[in-house]
Design a protein around this ligand. Structure first.
Ligand SMILES: NC(=O)c1ccc[n+]([C@@H]2O[C@H](COP(=O)([O-])OP(=O)(O)OC[C@H]3O[C@@H](n4cnc5c(N)ncnc54)[C@H](O)[C@@H]3O)[C@@H](O)[C@H]2O)c1
Length: 283
């Protein structure tokens, strides 16, 4: 099945990025969030980003206008009736995702694939809210979605091979590289492997061993990372990182995944990273 009309749920960091990617690759896409205010903010952010690319001479004004014209925005989920593929990128919360999938299941055509961009929640649990678990799949983009090459494709227990194949093809048509897990696993490959590294960097800072700048610079110069781990947590969002750690700890019951106190405290103080203007750094 060739995908023609994608629909994105959530206009936060990931949803708006995935929506922009779809539009850049020529798809007519609709991006949904819960309020007009959130939608306006996301729209403005994308416009500003594209404008900067025009100013730098990377794209033409015409390119920008054509990408923007392919992006439709709405708070009405009934519009998902028209689409053949949904990418859900709402908040990392199982109840929210199950509620979204239940609604989508009742609105969308029976053939529509429902994918989730969840970082670590169970695909099977999300799929259990629908009558089509064979058509529910994990499609894990990386931040920023327009730039990062990889999309992990994560199976649920009942995901069909046909759904996996269609999703991989769609990922390729989006100009990305799909890597599929062989079985369901919380956080797939990259987020799981990175989890302990990010936590350890936060703990090194919390123990007073080094400043965020020095932790990040040391990891860039000494470990060859393209970006410091604390700057990466800020970009991901501390709330998203915490939700991932809580899921991994609960599912894998391994002390390695215990969320560090400093992350819990910073989330409680509203220091969620770039999106709130303060995390390990100020923005
Ligand atoms: N931030 C990252 O680096 C990253 C990377 C990969 C995957 N993810 C995953 O992508 C998903 C979204 O993360 P994010 O960083 O974009 O979060 P975010 O907080 O920036 O955005 C989440 C958006 O979902 C919206 N939302 C909440 N309930 C909704 C509902 N019922 N219907 C529609 N929209 C709803 C919120 O209003 C918000 O705009 C999460 O599952 C997260 O784990 C995040």
């Amino acid at each position: 099945m060739d995908i023609k009309k994608p629909f994105v749920v959530g206009a936060g960091i990931m949803g708006s990025g995935v929506g922009q990617l779809c539009a850049q690759q020529g798809y007519e896409v609709t991006v949904l969030d819960i309020s007009d205010e959130i939608i306006e903010k996301a729209k403005e952010k994308i416009k500003a980003g594209l404008k900067r690319r025009v100013e730098k001479g990377k794209i033409t004004n015409e390119d920008m206008e054509s990408v923007l014209s392919r992006m439709n925005w709405s708070a009405d989920m009934n519009l998902a009736r028209e689409c053949d593929f949904v990418i859900e990128a709402a908040s990392e919360n199982l109840d929210i995702k199950k509620d979204v999938f239940k609604k989508l299941d009742s609105i969308c055509l029976p053939t529509t694939i429902l994918a989730t961009n969840t970082t670590a929640l169970s695909i099977s649990e999300i799929a259990s809210a629908t009558s089509r678990p064979d058509k529910v799949i994990g499609m894990h983009f990386f931040n920023p979605a327009v730039i990062m090459k990889l999309v992990e494709v994560i199976r649920g227990e009942k995901t069909s091979e046909e759904t996996v194949a269609t999703t991989k093809k769609f990922v390729e048509n989006l100009g990305k590289v799909p890597i599929a897990t062989d079985k369901e696993a919380p956080a797939g490959i990259v987020s799981r492997v990175l989890a302990s590294l990010l936590n350890e960097a936060a703990i090194v800072y919390a123990e007073g061993i080094a400043s965020p700048q020095d932790v990040d610079e040391a990891m860039k110069l000494g470990a060859g990372l393209p970006m410091g781990p604390l700057a990466l947590i800020d970009m991901i969002g501390l709330d998203i990182h915490l939700a991932k750690m809580e899921t991994l700890y609960a599912k894998l019951k391994d002390e390695r995944y215990k969320p560090p106190e400093i992350i819990k405290n910073m989330v409680a103080e509203g220091k969620l990273g770039k999106k709130t203007g303060e995390g390990f750094y100020k923005y």
